[in-house]
Every structure is written in C-alpha cells, then in structure tokens.
Design a binder for this molecule. Sequence first.
Ligand code: NAD
Ligand code: TDX
Length: 375
Amino acid sequence: MKKYLVTGAAGFIGSNFIKYMLRKHDDISIVVLDALTYAGNLGTIKDDIDDKRCFFVRGNICDRALVKELFDKYGFDVVVNFAAESHVDRSIENPQLFLTTNILGTQSLMDVARAAWATGKDAQGYPVYREGVRFHQVSTDEVYGALGAEGYFREDTPLCPHSPYSASKASADFIVQAYRDTFHLPVSITRCSNNYGPYQFPEKLIPLVINNILEAKKLPVYGRGLNVRDWLYVDDHCKAIDLVISEAKDGSVYNVGGHNEQRNIDIVHLIIDIVRRQMEQHPEYRKFLPEDKRGDISWISYDLITYVSDRLGHDLRYAIDPSKIKHDIGWYPETTFAVGIEKTVEWNLQHRDWVDEVTSGDYQKYYEHMYGHRG
Ligand code: NAD
Ligand code: TDX
C-alpha cells in the first residue's frame, strides 16, 4: 500500500486530486495536511475523509515539528505538495504570505522528507533514500512569465515570473531542483495551465463570473478582456499528476495543458450564454436567481460586463506545449472545454450551499476591497 501525504487538499485542485486517487486506486492511503485558510474547506472533502483510507490533519506546511510527527506516524512514500497561496490578485496585496507559504513551506516539507527517507550515503557523500519515495511539487505555467501573440511554454523555457505569486512558485521550483541536485532527493514537478471545475473558490475568473450572474451582480473584466489563458479541466490535471508520480523519472519536469487558449472576454461571453440557456431550458433553475429577477431573464446578457482597471503586471498570454508529457507518458486531456465549462456551470448551480459556505467568511469584505473602487 502506497502512503501519500497530500498537502492543501481542502482546496480546489488538491480536493479533486484526492477524490480522483481514491476512485482510481484501492491500494493507497492518504493523509491530508491543510491549514484551512480562507481557500480550504473541510466540507469539500467530508466524504473522502469518511473513507478509512484517508485522514485529515489541520496544520501548516511550515510547521516542521508537525510534519515530522506525521512522517514518523505514517511513513509516507510520496508527498504531493498542493498547499499554497494561489490567487495572483491577493499576492499583489500581500506578497509576504505568498513567499512564506509557497517557498519556505515547500522547503520545510522537503527538509523533513529527506531526513525521514534517507537510509545512508553513497561514496560521494550524497544521501541515499528508501526505494520508491518521491516529492512531487505542483507548479504552474505562470513561472515562465508571459507570451506575446505567438509561441508556447516548453519545459526548457527560462523561468521569468512577474507577479509575487508566480515568483514564489518559481522560487519553489528552483528550491525543489536544488534539493534534487544537491541532496539527490527524488522529486518531480508539474507545471499546469489554468484549471477550472468543481470546488474552485469563487475569487477565480470562471466561478466568479458564474456566481456573479446567479447573484445578478456585474461581471468585472480586467483591462479590455484580451488576456489569454490556457484552460484545463481539473480532473485532467489530477490524472497527469498521478501519472507523473508513478511513471516519470526522478527529477522530471512536465508541462500540463490541453491546447485550449481562450481570451477572458470570450469566456465571460460563453458563461453568460450558457447560464441564460440553462435558465431558459430549465425554468426550475431560476430558483437560484434573486427572487425579483426570475421572470424576465433578458438581463442575463453581455450588459452585465463591466470593464475595470487592469491587474498590475497582468501577464498577456499563457499557452502550454504539452508534447513532452504526451510523448513520454501518454497523457492527454479527456474533457473538452465545451463539455467542461457546461459541467462547471451546472456544478455551481447544484452546489449553492457550498458556495454560500465558502463565501460566508471574509469574502464579501475581500470582494468589496478588490472590486469596490475599480470603475
Ligand atoms: P487553492 O487556493 O484552492 O487551495 C490551496 C489550499 O492550500 C487550501 O486548502 C489552503 O487551506 C491550503 N493552504 C494554504 N496555505 C497553507 C499552509 N501554509 N499550510 C497548509 N495548507 C495551506 O489552490 P488551488 O487552485 O487548488 O491550487 C493548488 C496548487 O496548484 C497550488 O500550488 C497552485 O500554485 C497550483 N496550481 C494552480 C492552478 C490553478 O489554476 N488553480 C494551476 C496550476 C497550478
Ligand atoms: O474578476 C476577474 N476578472 C478578470 O478579468 C478575475 C478574478 C480575473 N480576471 C482575469 C485575470 C486573468 O487574465 O481572468 C484571468 C484569469 O484570472 P484568475 O482566475 O485569477 O487566474 P490567473 O491569474 O490566470 O491564475 C490562475 O491560473 C494559474 C490560478 O489562480 C493560479 O493559481 C494558477 O497558477
């Protein structure tokens, strides 16, 4: 039985990852370590931690004593590090927290892992580790910086991050690679494009737009809406991570993306069209709209869009070249954007309680702070 420590799995991608792993593999156990920041929600993984193969521990990845205690108790074979501050806009507000969690947290996990996994030293003095162990870092395409109208990020594209978030993730990638080179720690890294799907916190573009429409709020589009992101359905990302951990060589880096470039404004238009169509085809869904907005729904239109001041340092375009992961381990995305976005709108309609729960804390204050003054 392979024993996994999965950090940050009360958040968006990590929670989808543990659901995917528990569905896919019988012979695994998972300990989730999550600090339950604003972005983490225990309700998201309630059914998973009811499974006897999965345990939850609330704690910070920077807490070495706690991480060591967990290694001593559970004897992990694999660490999958999702835990991070993940929202670019928040990194502009508070860079320090991003550097602490994303860089020092990653280092602290690796320090505990290498001490726990070392079995001795080789003739050159490099540590030797227990068979089959692996530290997997979940990284992002944002570490490469931004593209112009042409070209793709490849694994050998130099890292050139622009935001405090992407700089913290790039720093973590460098530290992971330094631990591989200096201590021979068995590591792998995946750099994925923008994810979307169930359980994504509503501060991110796709769920924000869906939920704002359902609340009859304006849809804030930064700048002119012409920035391009390369969107991947979250399950396809989870599958890629699973395959890389089990099949890729130690020290590998893989880009993960599905050749699905979209301009922000086109996504916003598409979501408006889908929500309006769903409301027309299923009048019973209008119960999810404000009471005084359920009759005539012609207000669900592009008029909801409001162009607001641009994000500082806003990267123009991200696009992944996924040919290495396809060639080496046969990964390809299974969910088309047309299917994935439809499912994501439907999921948000069917999970109003979850949305209400995760936005009940400080989210309204955050929203007002971020968008209140941006005309
Ligand atoms: P998220 O913000 O939804 O979830 C992050 C989780 O980490 C939360 O559950 C939070 O409570 C937890 N966490 C934060 N700080 C912690 C700490 N110090 N100790 C323990 N737990 C902590 O993020 P996400 O969108 O699911 O992203 C997960 C990972 O994937 C991140 O590393 C992110 O950089 C990377 N990534 C995200 C995307 C994307 O599109 N969302 C794309 C590529 C890579
Ligand atoms: O209200 C908005 N209006 C808007 O125009 C928001 C929240 C975003 N945007 C734009 C900014 C981006 O060009 O939409 C695009 C997507 O924005 P986000 O959802 O914030 O994602 P992004 O900044 O691209 O970063 C995401 O993908 C890479 C994740 O948050 C990162 O964790 C991941 O590494």
